[in-house]
Ligand binder design. Structure first.
Ligand SMILES: C[S@@+](CC[C@H](N)C(=O)[O-])C[C@H]1O[C@@H](n2cnc3c(N)ncnc32)[C@H](O)[C@@H]1O
Ligand code: SF4
Length: 301
């Protein structure tokens, strides 16, 4: 596995609670990286030797502005290219947005702002516009990421990192609970491959605040706080892994067949079937299908 990007979920917390969110971001979520955690992850990325890009996302990374800023500075000074993905909630006015962003100028090479009808009342919100204009004025390369509504079947399908522009929604995480009712369904056997993640050679992985290394939200390859990233990557055998093995062999449908799982006749997309199958499998593979945060289990729910 040659990893060129490592995405830090700085926090599971978010000021919003979008209905499509695959990490279940919410004000009621818990789990935030400390600076010590961030440094540990950056050191692991450096030791691996192949990582070029470090992204800070979440949850909403700007909720922990001071930690975000210090993390960005340290990552940049280690020679990484740095990106941030944010919902832009802080860009209440152009003048304010400039102040929020000014300290990042010169260190951040990509600021992706999410704006669509999940994040607000307009597909391109005034806050997203303020954030984009401020970034441009400060010389921070920027773009808007937008996720299409549940009925929009003509949007592009994302593989790996979400690109700038509009992509289709994936029915995993909160989307599998809150959005599927609006989606067309297809027979479960049709979902014979994973269309969105390169499970054999993932170019980028996500690390959450607890150190879990996710190949897709809620599928952990190991814990970076307990085992070096280099070792996790070297020992990853996609075909014998209990979850990615079946997924590579025959997609989410194979997960269902391999483990004899109960299922409905139709699902919204491959992620929907995969996510529901994984929910059932969590008891069997608690070290892999975790943490609770990625499955919408908050304290008391
Ligand atoms: C999880 S958010 C975290 C960063 C920040 N809070 C934001 O909204 O940009 C990162 C990106 O994932 C996208 N996203 C979340 N759930 C998704 C889903 N089910 N399908 C496709 N994209 C999704 C969001 O729209 C956002 O662009
Ligand atoms: S998509 Fe982003 S803004 Fe929306 S709830 Fe998830 S983390 Fe928060």
């Amino acid at each position: 596995m040659e990893l060129t990007g490592l995405h830090l979920l700085l926090t599971y917390q978010c000021n919003l609670e979008c209905s499509h969110c695959f990490v279940w971001g919410s004000p009621r979520q818990s789990g935030t990286m400390t600076l010590r955690n961030v440094r540990h992850v950056l050191q692991q990325a450096e030791d691996l030797g192949t990582v070029e890009w470090i992204y800070f996302e979440g949850g909403e990374p700007f909720l922990y502005h001071a930690v975000l800023l210090k993390g960005v500075k340290e990552a940049a000074s280690m020679g990484f290219r740095v990106g941030i993905v944010s919902n832009g909630y802080w860009a209440t006015d152009l003048e304010d947005a400039l102040e929020w962003l000014r300290p990042f100028a010169g260190s951040v090479e990509d600021l992706s702002i999410s704006s669509d009808l999940y994040h607000g009342m307009e597909s391109l919100s005034q806050r997203a516009r303020n954030a984009s204009v401020a970034a441009e004025q400060l010389g921070i390369p920027t773009g808007v990421i937008s996720v299409a509504g549940p009925g929009m079947t003509n949007a592009a399908s994302a593989v790996g990192q979400l690109p700038v522009g509009e992509t289709e929604v994936m029915y995993r995480g909160r989307a599998a609970d809150k959005l599927v009712a609006k989606a067309a369904r297809h027979p479960w056997e049709q979902f014979a491959e994973c269309p969105h993640e390169d499970l054999r050679e993932p170019g980028r992985l996500h690390v959450d605040p607890f150190g879990n290394l996710h190949i897709c939200q809620g599928i952990s390859l190991g814990n970076l706080f307990h085992k070096p990233l280099k070792e996790i990557c070297e020992s990853y055998d996609p075909d014998s892994h209990p979850i990615t093995g079946p997924l590579l062999e025959g997609g989410p449908a194979e997960l269902v067949r391999r483990y004899g799982l109960p299922h409905e006749e139709e699902y919204a997309d491959a992620c929907h079937l995969c996510y529901e199958a994984r929910r059932v499998l969590r008891r069997r593979f608690p070290e892999i299908l975790m943490p609770d945060q990625m499955y919408g289990v908050t304290d008391g729910s």
